[in-house]
Design a binder for this molecule. Sequence first.
Ligand SMILES: [Zn+2]
Length: 348
Amino acid sequence: MSIVTLQLPDVKDSRETRPNRCPYCTGETFQRWGGTAKRVSDPHLGEVRVYRYRCCRCRRTFRHYPEGIGRGRQTARMRALAAIGWILGMSYRGSSRYLSAFGISLSRMSIWRDVQQRAEGLAREHHWKPVRVLGLDGATVRGWGKNQPVLIAVDMGTGEPVTIDYVDEKDPRAVKKFLEPLMQRLGVSVIVTDDLSSYKQVAEALQLEHQICQFHVRRWVGLAVHELKQSLSPEWIGVADEVRQILRDLPIAGDQRLVGLSRLFPPSQWGRTGSEFTPVDKLRSLIIRLAENWAQFRVFDWQPDVPWTNNPTEQVIGRMKMRARTVRGYKNWSGMVSGLMVAGVGIA
Ligand SMILES: [Zn+2]
């Protein structure tokens, strides 16, 4: 789970740092070659000195920017601060106004660029970062681009979004096409999802371990059992309750207990002329379905760092939804993805 911290990047004064390596050759010794004052936009510093250095090896000179300072006017700390207001839910205009209360003047446009830049930084940082356990969940949010379903992938180790794309989670071929390159690039070996059959098919095809979110399972089984109990005859009520209890306890041999329960049932009349799919048939098919999926319920018990729910993924989606209205203003998908990724990470 990602911990929300307000950690701003360091900004160093020129006097504290010297270059390590010449940008032109491999030289490592330098002479200081004069400095100039640079005005910066930063919560603490108004001006810094930037020195030029001459490489003793190739004799070329270059400007050395200290940590947190670059060619642009804003320091890294300022850019992070500008993005934070937006991530916390302010509009660009609101962020601009809020910073002006501290005597910092930044235009909406420049805050927008800061958010984009943070997104690029995140994308670079995440591109090859290994992810062992990946959470997947679909969402449809009105106003997100084409109003199409999107699929969001989350690093369960850090709770941060890895990527997002237009993919229908119910379509196993589309999910596989989305997942396979991620799996190869990041070394994913376990996925955590809700219990749609598409995920199960893809996990099998790609030979991934698969943890099914137990919140989802408990919720739908709870509802199904509750509903069945209205129409089941009294002798089956106890069986229905036991199913729910097995789900709560998630014992190692739960599937064997479920199979044992399924053997209590008389042969089904369903399919013969005039017979319906009765509540008792429904209870039995529920029990069989749970027994079949049992291995996917308990991966968290023997695989390290696998959560038993898909909660971290839902939190990321929640943070993205919070920003959906602002992100709607983006003209293209890549701008929107950047905004969503930044929003999904939150303040970390
Ligand atoms: Zn050099």
